[in-house]
Design a binder for this molecule. Structure first.
Ligand code: BGC
Length: 903
């Protein structure tokens, strides 16, 4: 018999020091209802030892316990986006997969397993009809939300049950009185005319033997509600409809389907009005108790009618759904002069308020929402333009009532409540933040509290505006997928959160909405009229079609997405080339230009306007460069040569037209230098001179920026790349207008649309365009991760397979701690400036390599874990590179110190 001690020792030895975790299929863990023909599988590896590299993997896939594919022991280090290679997948089927890995020392991990389940892969899998209320002359007007229901029987023991559902409009499902799932705004927003998502739900546990009932509520949503700033509604159609298929598989193998068909009935209920911009009106007295349960009497409901099926392709989601992601408690409650009770939730965000109230039936409580207060302490709602974002709740009486709206969302920090029957307290209002449920991947924290707040504001801006589509803002009558905003922010977004599936979905719509001639609309999904419909692409906006797929490729190594988007990328560059004509100088018509830059009509900042032909030609060059790189990455050699030549030709034209022999660029604006250097448009010989001019342009303005949407993201990267770290940090740490920190000194909790949404004299900017929740200027976040944190991704080894860690302290910071969940695992960089030394802790995921740069140092003075470098585990190479030392390390945790200050 073995003793306890021996047993403990035995278990310790058995603990696998090599493990597999974080299994993913395409963009999700254990996805329910996917439609990819050959899903790509990813995993992460854990190892107790440093310098671990995967030497081989083995994947096995089973279906109902039977093996259908075994990759066998496959040599190599591929662990991200590894293609399934088994037989063709079938609809409505669960596939279980497991994976194990070997490392270079011959160790083998245990198996780890996950699954995916297919949705309905072929149109013929759908037997459900499209159903909805009968046509009415009022279909184009705001109307109560229709409810649809039917009862059905379950006859026997159930093995499993699934619902496949979609709608025209947004839907909410109920089964036997329970809400199905926690997803919001399903089926999500896509280019409905072409692409429409459906969701798959496991409802096995919601069914019961005997009588059951299913119900759906439909909301106007993006489909037929108010949409766009020109007062339109019914953009996609006038009639709401549901398509639903409940498939029950009994233990005996029999399958029964309850589908949307003529047996359903419809009625209206408590939701009298629900509009994304306008808010919701809800009369609880009109609730139909038990409507989605068995035994409900629906004799006064009317039969549904069948609708013509839309021509759009039905798709399974790639992105995580919208969910409730945070709850916020009021930090203050005040009574305004108007009598309104104002709840301050302490944070600007997107979502709605949960109202808890008790009072007599028929009392109506009105909730208004605003991002800021005016000088008198009242809600400031002028900047909402036509979006009234007001909820109205009428009590049914008889106890505590808790209400949350359904098919609307608001951008706000303050809730103004009128008509409360009793006293207000902190339980009356709870803020519910809604967002696409994206995993946080980045952390960033320094010794400076304002900078930390800036990071939080950027993240809140992203959380608020990544609501199924990357939107410009969440509050006024816009909330659209503005391409320019998404393009400039994409790389920051990919540091903060896992946006791989989110952007894969949106790029599908970008390609679908692209005009035949290659032009890309201003917003995706395209709901705007005018030039955007006529196909006039604009520089820096339409370029999203190129920049975003490339950014996703660099961040996640998603070659499949790059391949899928490649025709769209190329078509956009061809459009730009044609617009430019033979001289390759694009002199466009209407353009957004360096949107919201400080203008030359502002006397304190003359000359900040960068002309649109300059901006457009620079973007043509940049997109040609990126398409050339994409072609190279995809092995398309002749395209790579073609677009490399186009890049060089446009570059030459750009230099002839806009660059002087002394390195003066364009109109001498900060944006002109930022774009010219950032896009590699200048000859090497002029970069230094041009960057001096840029630095001077910043210093001459007392260390302030003048850039807009397009110049801002390039500004700090260009300054640091040209060794003007003092100027870059000077701008970042600047507290007076215009700067990133100025809004924070005015209490901002999200990124503002304009540098001076609230002016230094406390007045508001132009009401016509003054959002306090626009992420574009938050594009500086990528620089913060890359330069302060030092985490630099390499396009040649995408997905963080090999990275550089080169933090560059400055700005008076004494420490910074940054981490990034990469496809391979956690990458982290944390540094401290101590009195006599610089300390840098680094974490490198298994199966990757990092080049750690210790500035101003020599090999001899560097220590890791207190010891000299040579011969230490995990250190693959050490070399002096000018004044710096580059230490190449494999996976593991390292604690470096040097005697010198790297600043
Ligand atoms: C939006 C933007 C957008 C811009 C186009 C604005 O109304 O809010 O952020 O990019 O229009 O210039």
């Amino acid at each position: 018999m073995i003793g306890t001690l021996q047993l403990v020792a035995f278990i310790a030895i058995q603990q696998p020091s090599l493990g597999v975790t974080g299994l993913r299929v395409e963009y999700l863990a254990n996805p329910m209802g996917i439609d990819v023909a050959k899903p790509r599988l990813s995993w992460r590896i854990t190892s107790a030892d440093r310098n671990t590299v995967q030497a081989a993997y083995q994947i096995q896939v089973t279906r109902e316990g039977k093996g259908i594919w075994d990759s066998g022991r496959t040599a190599g280090d591929a662990s991200v986006f590894v293609g399934y290679g088994g037989p063709a997948l079938e609809s409505r089927t669960r596939y279980v997969w497991r994976v194990r890995v070997w490392d270079g020392k011959g160790r083998v991990s245990g198996w780890n397993s996950g699954w995916w389940e297919t949705g309905l892969l072929a149109p013929s899998d759908w037997s459900a009809s499209w159903i909805g209320p009968a046509a009415s002359p009022n279909d184009s007007l705001p109307a109560p939300a229709p409810m649809l229901r039917r009862g059905f029987r379950v006859n026997g023991a159930i093995d499993q049950a699934r619902i496949y559902a979609t709608s025209l409009g947004v839907y909410e499902l109920h089964l036997n009185g329970q809400r199905v799932g926690d997803q919001l705004f399903t089926p999500g927003w896509t280019s409905y005319g072409k692409r429409l998502q459906y969701q798959t739900y496991d409802v096995t546990s919601l069914l019961r033997a005997g009588e059951n009932a299913i119900g759906a509520v439909l909301g106007d949503g993006w489909y037929r509600g108010n949409l766009g700033f020109d007062g339109k509604r019914n953009v996609y159609g006038k009639r709401l409809a549901l398509r639903l298929q409940l498939e029950i598989r009994y233990r005996d193998g029999k399958v029964e389907r309850v589908v949307s068909d003529a047996q359903w009935k419809t009625a209206t209920g408590p939701i009298l009005l629900s509009d994304i911009y306008g808010g919701e009106t809800y009369d609880a007295r009109r609730e139909r108790a038990g409507w989605a349960g068995a035994g409900y009497d629906d004799r006064d409901w009317t039969p549904v009618v069948a609708l013509d099926p839309p021509s759009s392709q039905l798709l399974a989601p790639q992105s995580p759904p919208v969910r409730r992601v945070r709850e916020l408690r009021p930090i203050a409650i005040r009574r305004a002069a108007s009598g309104e009770t104002i709840f301050d939730l302490g944070q600007n965000f997107t979502g709605w308020a949960r109202l808890k109230v008790r009072g007599p039936a028929g009392t109506t409580v009105t909730l208004r929402f605003a991002e800021v207060l005016d000088r008198d302490g009242n809600l400031y709602t002028e900047n909402l333009r036509r979006a009234s974002q007001t909820d109205r709740y009428t009590l049914k009486g008889g106890g505590d009532e808790v209400y949350e709206p359904h098919f609307t969302f608001h951008g706000f920090r303050y809730v103004g409540v009128n008509g409360l029957p009793g006293a207000a307290d902190t339980a009356t209002i709870t803020g519910i933040a809604l967002s696409s449920n994206l995993a946080q991947t980045g952390t960033f924290e320094t010794s400076d509290s304002l900078l930390n707040r800036l990071q939080q504001n950027i993240v809140w801006g992203q959380r608020s505006n990544f609501l199924d589509v990357p939107t410009d803002c969440p509050q006024r009558d816009e909330r659209l997928g503005w391409t320019g905003d998404a393009q400039v922010f994409a790389s920051t977004a990919a540091f903060n959160m896992d946006v791989s599936g989110f952007f894969a979905k949106w790029l599908g719509d970008a390609a679908a909405d692209q005009h035949e001639g290659g032009s890309v609309p201003w917003v995706i999904p395209n709901v705007l009229g005018g030039d955007s419909v006529n196909g006039a692409g604009t520089a820096g906006w339409s370029d999203a079609a190129v920049v975003v797929p490339w950014t996703m490729y660099v961040a996640y190594g998603d070659r499949g997405l790059l391949e899928r988007q490649y025709p769209s990328m190329r078509a956009w560059v061809e459009y730009e080339r044609r617009q430019a004509g033979p001289d390759l100088l694009w002199q466009p018509g209407w353009q957004f230009g360096d949107w919201l830059a400080l203008h030359s009509d502002d006397p304190s900042y003359p000359g900040a306007t960068t002309l649109t032909d300059f901006i457009a030609t620079a973007h043509l060059a940049h997109s040609a460069d990126l398409v050339a790189r994409a072609a190279r990455a995809l092995g398309k050699a002749s395209d790579a040569a073609l677009y490399e030549k186009l890049f060089q030709d446009v570059r030459a034209a750009f230099n002839r037209e806009f660059v002087s022999a002394g390195g003066r660029v364009g109109e001498n604006t900060q944006t002109a230098y930022a774009l010219a250097i950032g896009f590699d448009l200048l000859p090497d010989s002029l970069v230094a001179a041009a960057s001096e001019r840029l630095a001077a342009a910043v210093r001459n303005r007392g260390m302030h920026l003048t850039t807009g949407f397009l110049g801002t993201p390039q500004l700090l990267p260009v300054l640091s790349r040209t060794n003007h770290f003092d100027v870059a940090y000077g701008l970042l740490m600047q507290r007076t207008y215009p700067s990133w920190l100025y809004p924070i000194t005015r209490g901002a909790t999200t990124m503002w649309e304009r540098w001076d949404g609230i002016r230094p004299d406390s007045s508001f900017q132009d009401v016509g365009m003054n959002s306090f929740n626009h992420y574009a200027f938050g594009a500086v976040g990528a620089w913060m991760y890359r330069t302060i944190g030092g985490i630099e991704l390499d396009p040649d080894t995408p997905g963080a397979k090999r990275v550089r860690i080169a933090p560059r302290p400055g700005g008076g910071l004494t420490r910074a701690r940054t981490s990034l969940e990469t496809p391979y695992g956690t990458l982290a960089s944390s540094w401290r400036l101590e009195p006599q030394r610089f300390a840098l802790d680094v974490t490198v995921p298994v199966n990757t390599t990092a080049d750690v740069v210790l500035r101003n140092s020599t090999v001899a003075e560097i220590r890791e874990g207190g010891r000299a470098l040579r011969g230490l585990a995990g250190i693959r190479d050490v070399r002096q590179d000018g004044a710096d030392v580059v230490v190449t390390v494999g996976s593991g945790q390292y604690a470096f110190t040097t005697a010198n200050n790297p600043e």
